[in-house]
Design a protein around this ligand. Sequence first.
Ligand code: ADP
Ligand code: MG
Length: 273
Amino acid sequence: AGTPAEAAAHVSAGTAPAAATRGQVDITNVRKSFGATEVLKGVTLSVPPGGVAVIVGPSGSGKSTLLRTINHLEKVDGGYITIDGELVGYEVRGNKLHELREKDILKQRTNIGMVFQSFNLFPHLTALENVIEAPIVAQKRSKTEARKRGLELLDRVGLKDRADAYPRQLSGGQQQRVAIARALALDPKILLFDEPTSALDPELVNEVLDVIRELATSGTTLIVVTHEMGFARDVADTVVFMDDGLIVESGKPQDIFANPREERTRSFFSKVI
Ligand code: ADP
Ligand code: MG
Protein backbone atom coordinates (compact mmCIF):
# COMPACT_ATOMS: atom_id res chain seq x y z
CA ALA A 1 0.00 0.00 0.00
CA GLY A 2 1.12 3.52 -0.69
CA THR A 3 3.56 2.49 -3.40
CA PRO A 4 5.22 5.04 -5.67
CA ALA A 5 3.06 3.85 -8.57
CA GLU A 6 -0.05 4.54 -6.54
CA ALA A 7 1.32 7.93 -5.60
CA ALA A 8 1.98 8.72 -9.25
CA ALA A 9 -1.54 7.65 -10.22
CA HIS A 10 -2.95 9.72 -7.38
CA VAL A 11 -1.08 12.84 -8.44
CA SER A 12 -1.92 12.59 -12.13
CA ALA A 13 -5.57 12.01 -11.24
CA GLY A 14 -5.70 15.35 -9.42
CA THR A 15 -7.28 18.22 -11.30
CA ALA A 16 -5.66 21.64 -11.33
CA PRO A 17 -7.15 23.67 -8.49
CA ALA A 18 -8.98 26.89 -9.25
CA ALA A 19 -8.11 29.89 -7.10
CA ALA A 20 -11.26 29.57 -5.02
CA THR A 21 -10.75 25.90 -4.29
CA ARG A 22 -7.18 25.79 -2.99
CA GLY A 23 -6.17 23.72 -0.02
CA GLN A 24 -7.35 20.19 -0.79
CA VAL A 25 -5.43 17.88 1.56
CA ASP A 26 -5.22 14.14 0.88
CA ILE A 27 -3.46 11.89 3.35
CA THR A 28 -3.24 8.33 2.08
CA ASN A 29 -2.26 5.36 4.23
CA VAL A 30 0.49 7.26 6.03
CA ARG A 31 2.81 5.28 8.27
CA LYS A 32 5.48 6.59 10.58
CA SER A 33 7.70 4.88 13.12
CA PHE A 34 10.16 6.20 15.66
CA GLY A 35 12.63 3.39 16.10
CA ALA A 36 10.63 0.24 16.73
CA THR A 37 7.47 2.14 17.68
CA GLU A 38 4.93 2.63 14.94
CA VAL A 39 3.04 5.82 15.84
CA LEU A 40 1.06 6.22 12.59
CA LYS A 41 -0.27 2.89 11.40
CA GLY A 42 -1.88 3.77 8.08
CA VAL A 43 -3.78 7.03 8.32
CA THR A 44 -6.09 8.12 5.52
CA LEU A 45 -7.88 11.46 5.63
CA SER A 46 -9.06 14.02 3.09
CA VAL A 47 -9.99 17.60 3.82
CA PRO A 48 -11.62 19.59 1.02
CA PRO A 49 -10.68 23.18 0.17
CA GLY A 50 -11.89 25.47 2.94
CA GLY A 51 -12.84 22.49 5.10
CA VAL A 52 -12.31 22.34 8.86
CA ALA A 53 -11.16 19.04 10.33
CA VAL A 54 -10.77 18.82 14.11
CA ILE A 55 -8.62 15.95 15.36
CA VAL A 56 -9.23 14.67 18.86
CA GLY A 57 -7.86 11.71 20.78
CA PRO A 58 -5.82 10.66 23.76
CA SER A 59 -2.29 11.82 24.43
CA GLY A 60 0.25 9.76 22.48
CA SER A 61 -2.22 8.71 19.78
CA GLY A 62 -0.16 10.34 17.00
CA LYS A 63 -2.03 13.61 16.44
CA SER A 64 1.04 15.87 16.51
CA THR A 65 3.05 13.46 14.40
CA LEU A 66 0.29 13.43 11.79
CA LEU A 67 0.22 17.25 11.65
CA ARG A 68 4.00 17.34 11.36
CA THR A 69 3.98 14.97 8.39
CA ILE A 70 1.65 17.37 6.55
CA ASN A 71 4.39 19.97 6.24
CA HIS A 72 7.16 17.42 6.05
CA LEU A 73 8.58 18.20 9.50
CA GLU A 74 8.43 14.39 9.78
CA LYS A 75 9.18 12.15 6.83
CA VAL A 76 6.67 9.40 6.25
CA ASP A 77 7.77 5.75 6.10
CA GLY A 78 4.84 4.73 3.92
CA GLY A 79 1.90 6.28 2.12
CA TYR A 80 1.86 9.85 0.88
CA ILE A 81 0.31 13.25 1.33
CA THR A 82 -0.75 15.67 -1.38
CA ILE A 83 -1.94 19.26 -1.27
CA ASP A 84 -3.91 20.25 -4.34
CA GLY A 85 -2.56 17.13 -5.98
CA GLU A 86 1.07 17.98 -5.34
CA LEU A 87 3.07 15.47 -3.31
CA VAL A 88 4.39 16.89 -0.04
CA GLY A 89 8.13 16.45 0.37
CA TYR A 90 8.52 14.09 -2.55
CA GLU A 91 8.36 14.01 -6.31
CA VAL A 92 7.82 11.13 -8.69
CA ARG A 93 10.68 10.49 -11.10
CA GLY A 94 10.24 7.50 -13.33
CA ASN A 95 8.28 5.16 -11.12
CA LYS A 96 10.01 6.12 -7.88
CA LEU A 97 9.50 8.65 -5.12
CA HIS A 98 12.41 10.99 -4.52
CA GLU A 99 12.60 13.38 -1.63
CA LEU A 100 12.52 17.01 -2.73
CA ARG A 101 15.53 19.23 -2.22
CA GLU A 102 15.48 21.36 0.93
CA LYS A 103 14.84 24.50 -1.11
CA ASP A 104 11.74 22.97 -2.71
CA ILE A 105 10.51 21.68 0.65
CA LEU A 106 10.83 25.19 2.10
CA LYS A 107 8.90 26.54 -0.87
CA GLN A 108 6.12 23.99 -0.30
CA ARG A 109 5.97 24.97 3.37
CA THR A 110 5.02 28.52 2.44
CA ASN A 111 1.64 27.00 1.50
CA ILE A 112 1.20 25.69 5.03
CA GLY A 113 0.91 27.73 8.21
CA MET A 114 1.43 26.01 11.54
CA VAL A 115 0.57 27.16 15.05
CA PHE A 116 2.01 25.28 18.01
CA GLN A 117 0.94 24.92 21.61
CA SER A 118 3.96 26.91 22.80
CA PHE A 119 3.58 29.98 20.50
CA ASN A 120 7.26 29.83 19.38
CA LEU A 121 7.55 33.57 18.70
CA PHE A 122 10.99 35.05 18.22
CA PRO A 123 11.59 36.70 21.64
CA HIS A 124 13.89 39.43 20.32
CA LEU A 125 11.40 40.61 17.66
CA THR A 126 8.28 42.73 18.17
CA ALA A 127 4.83 41.39 17.33
CA LEU A 128 4.91 43.09 13.93
CA GLU A 129 8.48 41.96 13.23
CA ASN A 130 7.49 38.38 14.02
CA VAL A 131 4.67 38.60 11.49
CA ILE A 132 6.70 40.16 8.67
CA GLU A 133 9.89 38.11 9.05
CA ALA A 134 8.84 35.31 6.69
CA PRO A 135 7.34 37.52 3.96
CA ILE A 136 10.54 39.57 3.85
CA VAL A 137 12.98 36.65 4.08
CA ALA A 138 11.13 33.91 2.17
CA GLN A 139 9.09 35.94 -0.30
CA LYS A 140 11.44 38.93 -0.69
CA ARG A 141 8.55 41.35 -0.15
CA SER A 142 9.49 44.97 0.43
CA LYS A 143 9.53 46.12 4.07
CA THR A 144 6.86 48.73 3.39
CA GLU A 145 4.50 46.26 1.78
CA ALA A 146 5.17 43.60 4.45
CA ARG A 147 4.53 46.12 7.28
CA LYS A 148 1.25 47.22 5.75
CA ARG A 149 0.04 43.65 5.37
CA GLY A 150 1.45 42.73 8.81
CA LEU A 151 -0.58 45.49 10.48
CA GLU A 152 -3.71 44.28 8.66
CA LEU A 153 -3.11 40.78 10.00
CA LEU A 154 -2.51 42.03 13.55
CA ASP A 155 -5.75 43.99 13.22
CA ARG A 156 -7.52 40.80 12.15
CA VAL A 157 -6.42 39.06 15.37
CA GLY A 158 -7.30 42.16 17.44
CA LEU A 159 -3.74 43.29 18.17
CA LYS A 160 -3.04 46.25 15.92
CA ASP A 161 -2.30 48.42 18.96
CA ARG A 162 0.34 45.95 20.24
CA ALA A 163 2.39 45.84 17.03
CA ASP A 164 5.51 47.17 18.76
CA ALA A 165 5.28 44.99 21.86
CA TYR A 166 7.77 42.19 22.46
CA PRO A 167 6.45 38.70 23.25
CA ARG A 168 7.41 38.99 26.95
CA GLN A 169 5.15 42.07 27.19
CA LEU A 170 2.14 40.13 25.88
CA SER A 171 -0.19 37.65 27.57
CA GLY A 172 -0.19 34.04 26.38
CA GLY A 173 -3.43 34.62 24.49
CA GLN A 174 -1.98 37.67 22.78
CA GLN A 175 1.22 35.81 21.90
CA GLN A 176 -0.80 33.01 20.36
CA ARG A 177 -2.80 35.51 18.32
CA VAL A 178 0.47 36.98 17.04
CA ALA A 179 1.54 33.44 16.14
CA ILE A 180 -1.70 33.04 14.16
CA ALA A 181 -1.10 36.34 12.34
CA ARG A 182 2.41 35.14 11.56
CA ALA A 183 1.06 31.84 10.20
CA LEU A 184 -1.28 33.80 7.93
CA ALA A 185 1.42 36.10 6.59
CA LEU A 186 2.42 33.88 3.68
CA ASP A 187 -1.23 33.47 2.63
CA PRO A 188 -1.14 29.71 3.19
CA LYS A 189 -3.51 27.24 1.56
CA ILE A 190 -3.86 25.36 4.82
CA LEU A 191 -3.40 26.12 8.49
CA LEU A 192 -2.41 23.49 11.04
CA PHE A 193 -3.07 24.05 14.74
CA ASP A 194 -1.54 21.75 17.33
CA GLU A 195 -3.37 22.25 20.63
CA PRO A 196 -3.28 26.02 20.21
CA THR A 197 -4.93 26.72 23.58
CA SER A 198 -3.46 23.98 25.76
CA ALA A 199 -0.74 26.21 27.24
CA LEU A 200 -3.11 29.06 28.06
CA ASP A 201 -4.72 30.08 31.32
CA PRO A 202 -8.44 29.20 31.05
CA GLU A 203 -9.57 32.83 30.80
CA LEU A 204 -7.40 33.33 27.70
CA VAL A 205 -8.63 30.31 25.75
CA ASN A 206 -11.66 31.95 24.16
CA GLU A 207 -9.86 34.93 22.64
CA VAL A 208 -7.72 32.47 20.68
CA LEU A 209 -10.60 30.14 19.77
CA ASP A 210 -12.59 33.16 18.53
CA VAL A 211 -9.80 34.02 16.09
CA ILE A 212 -9.74 30.43 14.83
CA ARG A 213 -13.55 30.46 14.51
CA GLU A 214 -13.26 33.51 12.28
CA LEU A 215 -10.62 31.77 10.15
CA ALA A 216 -12.90 28.76 9.81
CA THR A 217 -15.34 30.84 7.80
CA SER A 218 -12.65 32.44 5.65
CA GLY A 219 -12.12 29.68 3.08
CA THR A 220 -8.71 28.55 4.34
CA THR A 221 -8.46 24.83 5.00
CA LEU A 222 -7.95 24.19 8.72
CA ILE A 223 -6.75 21.08 10.54
CA VAL A 224 -6.97 21.61 14.29
CA VAL A 225 -5.84 19.28 17.06
CA THR A 226 -7.59 20.26 20.27
CA HIS A 227 -9.15 19.03 23.48
CA GLU A 228 -11.79 21.80 23.31
CA MET A 229 -14.86 19.70 22.50
CA GLY A 230 -17.25 22.68 22.47
CA PHE A 231 -15.10 24.29 19.80
CA ALA A 232 -15.00 21.04 17.82
CA ARG A 233 -18.78 20.78 17.97
CA ASP A 234 -19.30 24.37 16.77
CA VAL A 235 -16.59 24.74 14.16
CA ALA A 236 -15.65 21.37 12.67
CA ASP A 237 -17.03 20.10 9.40
CA THR A 238 -15.49 16.77 10.38
CA VAL A 239 -14.37 15.50 13.77
CA VAL A 240 -11.64 12.89 13.52
CA PHE A 241 -11.03 10.58 16.48
CA MET A 242 -7.52 9.12 16.61
CA ASP A 243 -6.30 6.41 18.94
CA ASP A 244 -3.11 4.40 18.90
CA GLY A 245 -1.86 5.62 15.52
CA LEU A 246 -5.12 5.15 13.65
CA ILE A 247 -8.25 7.09 12.79
CA VAL A 248 -10.87 5.11 14.67
CA GLU A 249 -13.75 7.04 13.16
CA SER A 250 -14.68 10.43 11.80
CA GLY A 251 -17.89 12.22 11.07
CA LYS A 252 -19.94 15.36 11.35
CA PRO A 253 -19.82 16.68 14.92
CA GLN A 254 -23.52 16.15 15.56
CA ASP A 255 -23.22 12.49 14.46
CA ILE A 256 -19.98 11.51 16.12
CA PHE A 257 -20.72 13.18 19.46
CA ALA A 258 -24.29 11.89 19.67
CA ASN A 259 -23.77 8.45 18.13
CA PRO A 260 -20.16 7.27 18.08
CA ARG A 261 -19.99 3.95 16.25
CA GLU A 262 -16.95 2.63 18.06
CA GLU A 263 -16.62 1.76 21.72
CA ARG A 264 -13.20 3.47 21.91
CA THR A 265 -14.72 6.74 20.67
CA ARG A 266 -17.61 6.48 23.12
CA SER A 267 -15.22 5.82 25.98
CA PHE A 268 -12.99 8.79 25.06
CA PHE A 269 -15.91 11.22 24.77
CA SER A 270 -17.37 10.03 28.06
CA LYS A 271 -14.13 11.13 29.73
CA VAL A 272 -13.65 14.51 28.05
CA ILE A 273 -17.16 15.92 27.60
P1 ADP B 1 -0.18 13.12 20.41
O1 ADP B 1 0.10 14.43 19.74
O2 ADP B 1 -1.45 12.48 19.98
O3 ADP B 1 -0.10 13.23 21.91
P2 ADP B 1 2.38 12.34 19.30
O4 ADP B 1 2.23 12.37 17.83
O5 ADP B 1 3.08 13.50 19.93
O6 ADP B 1 0.96 12.09 19.98
O7 ADP B 1 3.18 11.07 19.73
C1 ADP B 1 2.80 9.75 19.34
C2 ADP B 1 3.83 8.79 19.88
O8 ADP B 1 5.05 9.00 19.20
C3 ADP B 1 4.12 8.95 21.34
O9 ADP B 1 4.29 7.66 21.89
C4 ADP B 1 5.41 9.73 21.36
O10 ADP B 1 6.15 9.42 22.51
C5 ADP B 1 6.09 9.23 20.11
N1 ADP B 1 6.98 10.25 19.51
C6 ADP B 1 6.60 11.45 19.01
N2 ADP B 1 7.65 12.12 18.50
C7 ADP B 1 8.73 11.32 18.69
C8 ADP B 1 10.11 11.44 18.36
N3 ADP B 1 10.59 12.53 17.73
N4 ADP B 1 10.93 10.42 18.70
C9 ADP B 1 10.45 9.32 19.31
N5 ADP B 1 9.16 9.14 19.63
C10 ADP B 1 8.29 10.13 19.32
MG1 MG C 1 0.40 16.32 20.51
